[in-house]
Ligand binder design. Structure first.
Ligand code: ZN
Ligand code: ZN
Length: 666
């Protein structure tokens, strides 16, 4: 009996990428030809996993390969998502499977079929859209972006304008263009906390709610969004940095609101900057990317100056509102009264503001009551047992808390070092302490604390913001959580309790970050007809950051800061890659870091700084050492890193984290 060769179907060899932190894709066999991007289910050890077809590898198929269990031909990631996975994986030096996990975070989304998946578009609350009157500035800015969308070519814009200048209305116009002409738009926002109020505004403008994507949303909603996205039925997604990785089929516009914001940098797992990756994602699909900010990062500013990004400037506050008047309070000239953090001029201003029936905000970027508990007898500090960080005293919750690992403890009765009882006292202020102080001279004032301890969900933020807008509150006291986006018409005074706090430390961006944050906080004041005032308490009024805030002159600050970075070859004029080694055994971690320093290849392209203990040398029970690689701006560190890491093996008891373009140094 002879076999007819054409009747024998030779299985195809298919490589499948699995959402696991593994370097390689795995080969399987399939009876059918499958295109890259198609969702499949495969055996993996004792488990069955979802993955995607990564590559077709022809027909030769050794018998040792296992067959694919199921292929879902109608569910396919777009090719641009595959390219994006590859690009981000290469740039961040992270296994592609880990990036896939962000593209398909809930791969079993497609198991439930027949469900109506557009349910999340909440059609029940459809209202008629309301298009606002735009200023000439805004109209011209919107035209620029629309022309880019029309051209169907990749462009990046910096949309710059002071707080309250109406940047949102400009990019709403661009979204409107997408809704009229087809395609998809993604709006990235820095804080989940912002979304409730922002969404209300979006709904008012467009009459429907966009799809929402951040870590706080329900699993069922995530699944519905993923399903609908792959059907191409989602015109607008609003989300946190993770939304960038969603499998958009026809992404034409990406907005990165508050592009300078540090929360775009993911510091754990896959370490990436979503602002930078957004530009890459836009390029891959020939889309338009709009970076919006009142205080653009130096990186973005430099890209504008070199002609890489286009620049759109909104000059005035919308609706004729004036910029607040800024005054510096020189704390060196004020007699220090112990346990008092609000200086007499700020106290008076608070009293006056409340007497006029207006609202005030006190800003201090420190949660809790006191950042440090100190034994008055022997000087012992209460430290976290897992980290080399002092525990923060939260008086209202009666506990000590580590802000890095979440460890909690009660204040010990006796000092463990000198065994004396009742010797601990609180050092320095946190927001709770400022709250307590306000109550001493304004006992009738309705005060509220706004920090992540009190506002744990976007609904809580929404309710709190509404209470403030309804004038149920006189004084808001809080951290940077209240610095962003909110619009309070009656708020006319902003008091910055400690303008200097973020300037100390080893962060090369300390001045830039301080300027951005304090500028943003100041912008909460006087958003409508009432003129606002900002009182900034500082010990260093002559510092360029304070002077720039005083004169509201960003250009001058930029020039100075920029010069400093240029001299040292710091970003954006040079590049860094940070290598953090961590592990349970102190000496082992140190030895590995030293071994790496010894094996660093000789090159004139890069400079190695370290090894040194990381600024936080113990975190969550792990000892940490750091090496910093510094290269020229036009010399990406990847090739050096690859060669170096390849030839320096190390035990699995030590973990190595690679942070390309580090943002925080901790
Ligand atoms: Zn003691
Ligand atoms: Zn800790």
């Amino acid at each position: 009996m002879s076999l007819n060769p054409s009747a024998v179907k030779v299985p195809a060899r298919i490589s499948v990428l699995l959402p696991l932190p593994l370097r390689e894709a795995f080969d399987y066999t399939s009876e059918n030809s499958l295109e890259p991007g198609v969702l499949v289910k495969v055996p993996f050890g004792p488990r069955q996993l979802y993955g995607i077809v990564w590559e077709k590898k022809g027909e030769s198929s050794p018998k040792t390969l296992k067959p694919i269990i199921a292929a879902f031909k109608n569910i396919q990631l777009p090719q641009v998502s595959l390219k994006f996975i590859e690009w981000v994986s290469g740039y961040t030096m992270t296994p592609a499977g880990q990036i896939l996990k962000m593209v398909l975070p809930v791969p079993d989304s497609f198991e439930t079929t027949g469900k109506k998946s557009s349910a999340f578009l909440s059609s029940s609350s459809e209202k008629s859209p309301q298009k606002p009157q735009l200023s000439l500035d805004q109209l011209m800015a919107a035209e620029d972006v629309k022309r880019s969308l029309e051209s169907k070519a990749f462009h990046t814009f910096l949309l710059e304008g002071v707080t309250g200048s109406g940047k949102t209305e400009v990019y709403f116009e661009a979204i409107d263009y997408i809704l009229q002409n087809g395609g998809q738009a993604l709006v990235m926002l820095p804080e989940i906390a912002l979304t409730a109020q922002w969404l209300q505004r979006f709904e008012g403008r467009f009459g429907f709610q966009p799809a929402i994507w951040h870590s706080d949303i329900k699993q069922s909603q995530r699944k519905a969004t993923l399903r609908t996205l792959l059907q191409g039925n989602v015109p607008v997604v609003v989300g946190a940095r993770s939304a960038l990785f969603l499998p958009f089929l026809d992404l034409k516009l990406i907005i990165v609101d508050e592009e300078h914001d540090g929360s775009y940098k993911q510091e754990e797992g896959v370490i990436y900057n979503a602002r930078d990756m957004a530009v890459v994602r836009a390029r891959l699909s020939q889309a338009t990317c709009v970076l919006a900010s009142a205080t653009p990062s130096l990186e973005t500013e430099l890209n504008v100056r070199s002609g890489k990004y286009r620049h759109i400037q909104l000059n005035d506050r919308y609706g004729g509102a004036e910029m607040p008047e800024v005054k510096l309070i020189d704390l060196r000239k004020i007699r220090k009264i112990s346990h008092q953090w609000i200086s007499p001029p700020l106290r008076e201003a608070l009293q006056k503001t409340l007497a006029q029936g207006e609202q005030a905000m006190l800003f201090l970027n420190r949660r809790g009551y006191a950042p440090l508990m100190l034994c008055q007898s022997c000087g012992d500090r209460v430290m976290c047992s897992q980290c080399s960080i002092p525990l923060v005293f939260h008086k209202f919750q009666e506990k000590l808390l580590c802000h890095h690992c979440g460890y909690t403890a009660h204040l010990p009765k006796a000092c463990p070092a000198c065994h004396e009882e009742g010797t601990y006292s609180s050092v320095g202020p946190g927001v709770e302490r400022v709250y307590e102080e306000v109550k001493t001279f304004l006992p009738e004032a309705r005060c509220v604390l706004m920090t992540s301890d009190h506002l744990s969900s976007s609904q809580k933020v929404f309710d709190q913001v509404k209470e403030i807008q309804d004038h149920g509150i006189d004084i808001l006291i809080g951290t940077q959580i209240m610095a962003k986006g909110h619009h309070f018409p009656l708020l006319t005074l902003v008091g910055i309790v400690d303008g200097d706090s973020a300037l100390s430390g080893s962060d090369l961006r300390a001045a830039e970050k301080t300027f951005q944050l304090l500028h943003q906080v100041s912008g909460r004041s006087g958003r409508e007809r009432r003129k606002g005032q900002v009182l900034l308490q500082t010990h260093i009024p002559e510092h360029p950051v304070m002077q720039a805030l005083l004169h509201q002159d960003r250009g001058e600050f930029f020039a100075l800061e920029s010069d400093q970075r240029l001299i040292h070859g710091f970003p954006p004029y040079g590049r860094f890659a940070a290598l953090i080694f961590s592990g349970r055994q102190k000496h082992e971690v140190e030895n590995i870091a030293r071994k790496f320093a010894r094996t660093f290849p000789l090159t004139d392209k890069a400079e190695l700084l370290g090894p040194t203990p990381a600024p936080i040398p113990l975190l969550r029970g792990n000892y940490r050492w750091r090496l910093l690689l510094k290269t020229a701006k036009d010399y990406p560190p990847h090739s050096i890193l690859k060669e170096w890491l390849f030839k320096t093996p190390f035990p699995s008891s030590v973990r190595l984290q690679i942070d390309i373009d580090p943002y925080s140094f901790f």
